[in-house]
Design a protein around this ligand. Structure first.
Ligand SMILES: Cc1cc2nc3c(=O)[nH]c(=O)nc-3n(C[C@H](O)[C@H](O)[C@H](O)COP(=O)(O)O)c2cc1C
Length: 281
């Protein structure tokens, strides 16, 4: 991009369904991107992403002890010019693979310089109106911790595979999304957090806290969203990397207080009986 080469669009498909809504709608967007580009597709649900071991090794500059597909995903994110992340709503959230990846998010620090401000479109497909739960929040969290520029975060109604593209309005939406992916434009939600646009918020006495950027705001008598205080998570890479410094401080705090910590927890070691599923025959 910008050097005469076609742009590289990375499609992250968080659905196991071949030719399901996530896959076909993303391809429909790609067909409508006016800029010359290649489309790489990655089925997230086929990746092996193990749980974070909470060793803080990557935070301290060491490589991750888990040898799974996480580094491959990070390399692809770093190399892409734009990303489309599409997930079905499963049990009021995005597909769990999105959370599994976010749980390994300390590793995002290593590619933040490359992903910062990169355009991303977030799509959640749902089958039952009003049963979308917190799904958009999970995709928005992924984008935020990579410092990406969210062009749109949308919910699209579609239950059966391909249903999204049977609706003319959605085809028009795919057209719109294709056109904005590499443009300066974005689709802002009509109502949402005045800082980041997320529509999933937590109640706090009289105010609300955005569950993504953690900005504080309230809503006036006319229904306007009034910003009160930024959440402090979003910012340029140097700002977001301050969080890694804080984490490093926590690791040091742990080492300094190790004796007291062990004294507190060691007595609980032998309580209860750990159970495991029987080996499969
Ligand atoms: C296990 C499972 C859980 C689901 N949970 C929800 C749900 O909580 N809310 C909802 O609106 N749709 C739910 N759906 C419907 C899917 O979100 C919907 O069919 C979607 O279009 C699937 O996208 P895909 O074709 O890309 O896989 C669920 C589907 C499955 C298979």
């Amino acid at each position: 991009m910008g050097n005469g080469k076609p742009g590289q669009v990375l499609a992250l498909i968080a659905s196991p369904r071949t030719l399901g809504n996530c896959e076909t709608f993303t391809k429909a967007i790609s067909r409508r991107v006016p800029e010359e580009h290649t489309l790489k597709l990655l089925r997230l649900t086929s990746l092996t992403i193990r749980p974070c071991l909470a060793c803080y090794g990557c935070v301290m500059g060491n490589s991750c002890p888990e040898e799974d597909d996480m580094q491959f995903l990070l390399d692809e994110l770093a190399a892409a010019d734009a990303v489309i992340l599409a997930s079905p709503v499963y049990y009021l959230g995005a597909n769990a693979i999105v959370k599994s990846i976010c749980d390994r998010g300390f590793l995002f620090f290593s590619i933040l310089e490359q992903t910062y401000n990169k355009p991303i479109i977030l799509l959640n497909f749902f089958g039952i109106p009003d049963r979308v739960g917190m799904a958009p929040q999970m995709l928005e969290t992924f984008a935020m911790f990579l410092g990406m520029s969210v062009k749109a975060s949308l919910l699209v109604e579609a239950a059966l595979p391909g249903e999204a593209l049977m609706n003319e309005k959605n085809v028009e939406l795919a057209d719109r999304l294709g056109k904005i992916l590499f443009s300066p434009d974005s689709l802002k939600p009509e109502r949402g957090c005045p800082f980041c646009g997320s529509q999933i918020m937590r109640a706090k006495q009289k105010d609300f806290i955005c569950t993504v950027c953690h900005g504080t705001f309230n809503i006036d008598a006319d229904g306007n969203f009034i910003p009160l205080k930024e959440g402090g998570i979003i910012g340029p890479p140097e700002h977001m990397l301050l969080h890694r410094e804080w984490l490093r401080g926590m690791k040091r705090k742990f080492q300094e207080n190790k004796k007291k910590i062990i004294q507190t927890i060691a007595g609980y070691k032998d309580d209860g009986e750990w159970i495991k599923p029987p080996p499969r025959t």
